[in-house]
Write a protein that binds this ligand. Structure first.
Ligand code: NAD
Length: 335
């Protein structure tokens, strides 16, 4: 609008620098699968870019790294267009950012929201399409609109049912979830890599991405991958009133839902969940990089809607990276 401030030359220049740097990091992370910086550094650079864009909205172009869902894409697989877009998540890097999100949500929700908390698993997002209860396709997230067809590979994962059970299965359901390795499974796959003279995977996320995106599904089948459901996309004949009801229904149909999600009436409950899993995070069988908080009621989810990149009704609270914590402590000690 006319009231928007014209970007200063400094802001424009810094924006260009940051966009270039973030592009490069996204390329290294999603395509080469070999990031050169820690996630926390990437997240801070993204924050800086977003702050400049908030001050000077003219700098928000569709090709800004802040506007796109990043994803792996390889021509080894057929392209699949998701019936409904697969989004990323906005994140809160500390308590203040979480509070700001809650304030915004409660201001715009229209009624008192309930908060569903669940673990953020560090794996690979997949989209499973069930038609009349039968798995007809599995795809990676890709750029959110188009992913890779990994149906044959997904069929080798035991958690993923070929058919949904029950006589109330919907005519169409896009099930979204995370494919991942447990820590034990990750050790197993890396031991096998080393024994075969191959390079071990850097982390469980890379292992999941590499294992699911194999040309030969027999390799995928040999690896102990798991899956947990964390959402849904397009659907016909499925109208849950809440996220928690959706999980209960999907669970009844035989889909792998988590046993750890919890619904709270207020921020206090959310905080206690975050704190609880912050303490327990190393006792969990798989890696987590945070807690995802979602508004439970579908009516409020619809009302809040989404940005080009992420739903406004969910946020990923990221635990501080442990190396960074140690570094902070070191600095404090030195001071
Ligand atoms: P993300 O991984 O932060 O969050 C979105 C994803 O979380 C979803 O697609 C889904 O797959 C997953 N997820 C796990 N548990 C979930 C749950 N319970 N509910 C919903 N979703 C759940 O976002 P992203 O877009 O995949 O990646 C962005 C992040 O990747 C950055 O914040 C950064 O940490 C990292 N990254 C790092 C670099 C680097 O150079 N180090 C570069 C690019 C991205």
């Amino acid at each position: 609008s006319e009231l928007e401030a014209e970007p200063t030359p400094e802001a424009r220049q810094r924006h260009t620098e940051l966009a270039r740097e973030l592009d490069e990091h996204q390329y290294r992370y999603y395509i080469l699968q070999s990031p050169s910086v820690d996630d926390s550094i990437y997240d801070r650079l993204m924050r800086e870019l977003e702050a400049i864009e908030a001050e000077f909205p003219a700098l928000v172009t569709p090709d800004s790294p802040s506007q796109r869902v990043g994803g792996t894409f390889s021509t080894d697989f057929a392209a699949v267009t998701h019936a409904e877009r697969m989004l990323s998540l906005d994140n809160a890097l500390d308590d203040d950012e979480l509070n700001a999100w809650v304030e915004r949500v409660e201001r715009d929700a229209g009624s008192q929201p309930r908060y569903l908390c669940e673990l953020k698993i560090d794996g690979l997002a997949v989209n499973l399409t069930y038609r009349d209860g039968r798995l007809i396709r599995a795809a990676t997230r890709g750029d959110g609109r188009t992913g890779e067809d990994i149906t044959l590979n997904a069929r080798t994962i035991r958690d993923i049912p070929e058919r949904l059970k029950g006589d109330d299965v919907p005519a169409l359901l896009e099930v979204r979830g995370e494919v991942f390795f447990t820590l034990a499974g990750f050790e197993e796959v890396n031991a096998a890599q080393v024994a075969a003279g191959e390079r071990p995977f850097a982390n469980p996320r890379n292992a999941a991405s590499g294992s699911l995106r194999q040309k030969d599904p027999r390799i995928t089948a040999s690896r102990p991958m798991r899956m947990l459901v964390h959402g849904f996309g397009a659907r016909e004949g499925f109208n849950p009133a809440s996220q928690s009801e959706a999980y209960e229904l999907m669970h009844a149909w035989g889909l792998p839902t988590s046993e750890r999600w919890k619904v709270f009436g207020d921020l206090k409950g959310v905080r206690s969940y975050i704190e609880e899993y912050g303490e327990k995070r190393h006792k969990i069988e798989h890696e987590i990089d945070g807690v995802v908080v979602k508004i439970d009621q579908m009516s409020i989810q619809r009302r809040l809607g989404s940005t080009s990149k992420a739903p406004r009704w969910a946020i990923a609270f990221k635990y501080p990276p442990e190396e960074a914590m140690t570094k902070l402590l070191d600095i404090e000690v030195n001071v």
